[in-house]
Design a protein around this ligand. Sequence first.
Ligand code: ADP
Ligand code: MG
Length: 360
Amino acid sequence: MVAEASAEVTLSGISRAFGALRVLDGVDLQVPAGTMTAVLGPSGCGKTTLLRIVAGFESPDAGSVRIAGDVVAGSGAAVPAHRRRVGLMPQEGALFPHRTVAGNIAFGLRAAHRRDSAAVVARWLEVVGLSGLADARPGQLSGGQQQRVALARALAAGPRVLLLDEPFAALDAGLRVRVREDITAILRESGTTAILVTHDQDEALSLADTVAVLFDGTIAQHAAPADLYDRPATLQVARFVGGTVELAGDCRGGVVRTALGAHPVRIPVPDGPVTMVARPEQLHLGGGDDPRGTVTDRRYYGSRAVLRVRLDGGAQVSVHTQADVAAASGDQVTVGVRGTVLAFASPSGGQGMALGEPGG
Ligand code: ADP
Ligand code: MG
């Protein structure tokens, strides 16, 4: 396969405003050579702007971009996009509709490969599993096949860094998981440094080596997927990377007390009022000693059921169960919590109230 030089990318203090709108406000991010980093953030948080700055289609107002140690933007440098050897797979409309698949891939070839372009194109078609489709037009391909062609075209150019801008967002849910796994496998095998931006936490957590959460113009946390999920730095990060069950509580000596009982905290916090956060999968129908409540709703999801339970204290929680658990609206149940929980200090004055769960 490819053994192109893949490079480390370092962003330092990147800021960018459009008029009065400050989109990026001091972004620091380091992407080691040959790894995939996901930048995860809500729609409109500046992900595309960040990629365009790395690619060289946009300039930062402040801060610098280094690729393989060389400053390409900021500090007076402004290396043009075509000299950075950075590939960008844009959000949509990546392919030339009137060129064949082979023609699209050949377009990406560096001058050095143009002499034997037919052989190089054939090799890339094979890498992305589309050998039979060299003469097809993009319009004749499925969404997933088109994304593979776009990937082959981007990689054929021999980038030191590949930037992927929500590359799977336009695909049907059924196709998306397979295409993203295929494409990630190709990227890993080729050892390309990749930055994938997405608003989809499952995508970020399941594909990337590390995930950087972009909120309010800065990186709120950059960590390995399991660390981000289990040890989120803030309540906002906890909510963005997964489902939460949130209850008001009081923390003393590493144990938080809530309507669901007493739970050891995973990350120490000072004693006082807190918001307790558990992941929905930690809650289960409990034993005799667990807090009591009443089932108010039951939803069936095929592989599981989700029960809404109003605890006797008034707080509402969701409990994930096996789909065949016989609990129905109106039933009395008890609810237990597995493992350790997170606690975040409540803003001063906040106390006592059951918070329930934003977004269920
Ligand atoms: P994301 O990709 O995370 O959805 P974008 O980087 O596309 O976010 O945009 C971030 C914000 O910057 C949005 O509010 C968008 O409207 C604004 N924006 C992006 N590019 C421009 C531009 N060239 N001129 C003015 N505003 C822009
Ligand atoms: Mg975008």
